[in-house]
Write a protein that binds this ligand. Structure first.
Ligand SMILES: O=P(O)(O)OC[C@H]1O[C@H](OP(=O)(O)OP(=O)(O)O)[C@H](O)[C@@H]1O
Ligand SMILES: Nc1ncnc2[nH]cnc12
Length: 180
């Protein structure tokens, strides 16, 4: 991705102070999604990372991760697997509780969706504390699949997510298109 492409993406991310809680600077990607040139640059860049790292499936994290991971899966020619907040998937699930920058949550995956033959890339918009990404890696491994990596639009470096995630990555790449 060129410097100009990075600048285009960054220019379409809106800062919202004190949302959803006082003290949080929320990174809002809706302006980027509304700009077809920027959304295409983002989709292509994340899809290229999937191909480079040999992913056979992408996991999208509800809800913003879905918006990015679905077009990335189509672009990269791999399957899309939803990781949903607890209670939304009808089949047999694996669950993982976690903490994120502004709360706690529980995510689930359909156990039968991925298996030993899969290399799975996790796609999301923001890496903050790393709690969400860490929980998703746990789910992927518990389902018996290999982690191809984590690919994120934006890493909030000052929150230390990369350091927290390091042990769970076990050498797999953490790719951030933008680091703040
Ligand atoms: O690194 P962390 O501290 O775990 O935070 C990052 C996560 O927080 C946001 O999702 P959120 O749970 O707010 O859900 P949403 O996608 O439904 O808005 C974001 O899309 C990431 O998934
Ligand atoms: N500051 C932030 N902005 C947007 N999404 C987030 N998820 C966790 N922290 C966030």
């Amino acid at each position: 991705m060129t410097v100009e492409m990075r600048e285009l993406l960054l220019s379409r991310i809106r800062d919202v102070a004190d949302y959803p809680k006082p003290g949080v600077l929320f990174k809002d990607i809706t302006p980027l999604l509304a700009d077809p040139a920027a959304f295409t640059v983002l989709t292509d860049a994340l899809a290229e990372l999937c191909v480079t790292h040999g992913a056979t499936k992408v996991v999208g994290l509800e809800a913003r991760g879905f918006i990015l991971a679905a077009p990335v899966a189509v672009r990269a020619g791999v399957g899309f697997i939803p990781v949903r907040k607890a209670g939304k998937l009808p089949g047999a699930t694996l669950s993982q509780a976690y903490e994120l920058e502004y709360g706690t949550a529980e995510i689930e995956i359909h156990a039968e969706d991925i298996g030993a033959d899969d290399r799975v890339m996790v796609i999301d918009d923001v890496l903050a504390t790393g709690g969400t990404a860490e929980a998703s890696l746990e789910l992927i491994r518990r389902a018996g699949a290999e982690v191809a990596g984590v690919a994120i639009l934006m890493e909030l470096g000052f929150l230390g997510g990369r350091t927290r995630l390091e042990p769970s990555l076990r050498g797999a790449p953490l790719e951030a298109l933008i680091t703040l």
